[in-house]
Design a protein around this ligand. Structure first.
Ligand code: LLP
Length: 436
């Protein structure tokens, strides 16, 4: 786990900072990010492209965790950025992310969102459907501009963890289907428009993928069509974006590959296709989210009440839960945890970690062996860096936790803890409504 260690007090350390001290300084629940680990991951993705002498872009999928500070780190490391909404784009603009390196995704981008993207000269819009193509054309005409676009295609493959599913008849809300000619029609239409410049093709086959096979099959399928597009439409893509989805290790039962192994396999397959069919080698773009930030994040909670159900279960409750990590409740996601102030103590009992929301389903971890837990102990849940904060809610009017970046012994508060005042700041009382 990156820069994690144990100090002389037996406390968990991340980035050279004592996590128990962090909880005293910033309170709990607290998301702590190991920035050195994120930098190393970013660098190893970039190095893989460089070593294989392939032109490409590594775009951080900011849906995994979007805040101004993390986007500043990604920019420092030379990554590009994938945004999926006006809100994510706004965050990127506020982080001064170079707009030419931002890619805009989404299956239902609104007119104002597209306008915002075109106004800031965004690097490219990943066009998802015919309606959107029409909107982009209209906005560009009105503003006398041209937009760079990628066409999102659905190759009829869904990959998750070990399985990938070939779906002959694609049933997905995203993208233009390759199989039924939709994608070719979209390309033909786009090529006729003077308002767009078709840089290439995009596909994304799934998330938390442990094997390279799904990517390879998707690339094969795309090339089956690219050969035909070259013959019929004299079109060859300058860019092939294969999306993200590289898996990470949440628990011992996860066996992902090293991030760079996915990239090597992808580059190898594209090179093979290009040679076989005598096509141009495109730039290869990838969009990792989880694999850049997932295992760099740890959530620190304070342990409170406990309940023993004799012979059945021992519940240990923490001061957060589904409001800061919806993944166990939503996906039955599994996590590992330790007591951060008792790292060197032997495990004593098997307990289940409950969140504090008023819902029986708010359980963070079922059956985990821990040292004897007492009120006031700090529980550290690992690998919460992706889709934790970004999917957090105010359910039960729980304020969202603070986020701290740790690196080389320094801790920086990068997102403040929400206050009760924040929780009601958009509310209007009936009295005010009457007045207006
Ligand atoms: N590119 C596109 C077009 C995507 O839709 C996604 C994720 C990514 C890149 C980044 O995928 P990653 O490298 O992070 O796997 N909330 C779910 C994950 C949803 C992923 C949606 N799309 C979770 O918590 O597991």
């Amino acid at each position: 786990y990156g820069t994690m260690g144990v100090n002389e007090l037996g406390n968990l350390e991340i980035g050279g900072c004592d996590t128990v001290e962090l909880t005293k300084q910033f309170g709990t629940p607290l998301y702590v990010y190991d920035i050195e680990l994120i930098r190393n991951r970013a660098r190893s993705f970039l190095r893989t492209f460089k070593n294989l002498q392939i032109n490409g872009q590594v775009a951080y999928a900011s849906k995994a965790f979007s805040t101004i500070a993390i986007l500043e780190i990604m920019n420092e490391e030379g990554l590009s950025l994938d945004v999926v909404s006006g809100g994510e784009l706004y965050t990127a603009l506020k982080a001064n992310f170079p707009t030419e390196k931002i890619h805009f995704h989404g299956n239902n981008k609104s007119y104002p969102e597209l306008e915002m993207a075109i106004d800031c000269n965004i690097g490219c819009i990943v066009v998802d459907n015919f309606y959107e193509l029409g909107l982009v054309d209209e906005i560009c005409k009105r503003k006398n501009k041209q937009a760079n676009i990628l066409l999102r295609v659905t190759p009829g493959i869904e990959a998750h963890t070990h399985e990938y599913i070939l779906t002959g008849q694609e049933d997905s809300k995203f993208g233009f289907d390759l199989q039924n000619g939709q994608a070719k029609e979209a390309l033909q239409k786009s090529l006729e428009l003077s308002t767009v410049n078709v840089l290439g093709v995009h596909c994304h086959i799934g998330s938390q993928i442990f094997e390279t096979r799904g990517f390879i099959i998707a690339i094969e399928k795309i090339y089956d069509h690219l050969i035909n597009w070259k013959t019929d439409l004299q079109y060859e893509p300058k860019i092939l974006n294969v999306g993200g989805g590289f898996g990470i290790r949440y628990t011992d039962s996860d066996h992902p590959m090293e991030p760079e192994n996915y990239v090597e396999a992808i580059i190898h397959e594209v090179s093979k296709q290009v040679e076989t069919h005598n096509l141009l080698m495109p730039e290869i773009w990838i969009e990792p989210g989880r694999s850049l930030v997932g295992d760099a994040g740890t959530t620190l909670y304070t342990i409170g009440s406990q309940k023993e159900v004799p012979d059945v279960r021992h519940y240990v409750s923490v001061d957060g839960g589904m409001s800061d990590n919806i993944r166990p409740a939503l996906y039955q996601a599994k996590y590992e945890a330790i007591i951060a102030n008792k790292v060197l103590e032997a495990t004593e009992e098997t307990v289940s970690i409950a969140g504090k929301a008023c819902e029986s389903g708010d359980m963070l971890i079922w059956d985990i062996a821990l040292p004897k837990a007492e009120a006031g102990d700090v529980l550290a849940v690992f690998c919460t860096g992706a889709y934790g904060y970004s999917m957090a809610s105010n359910y039960n009017r729980l304020p969202r936790p603070a986020v701290v970046f740790v690196e080389q012994g320094h801790a920086k508060l990068v997102v403040k803890r929400e206050t009760y005042e924040d929780l009601i700041k958009l509310d209007l009382s009936l009295q005010e409504v009457v007045k207006k």
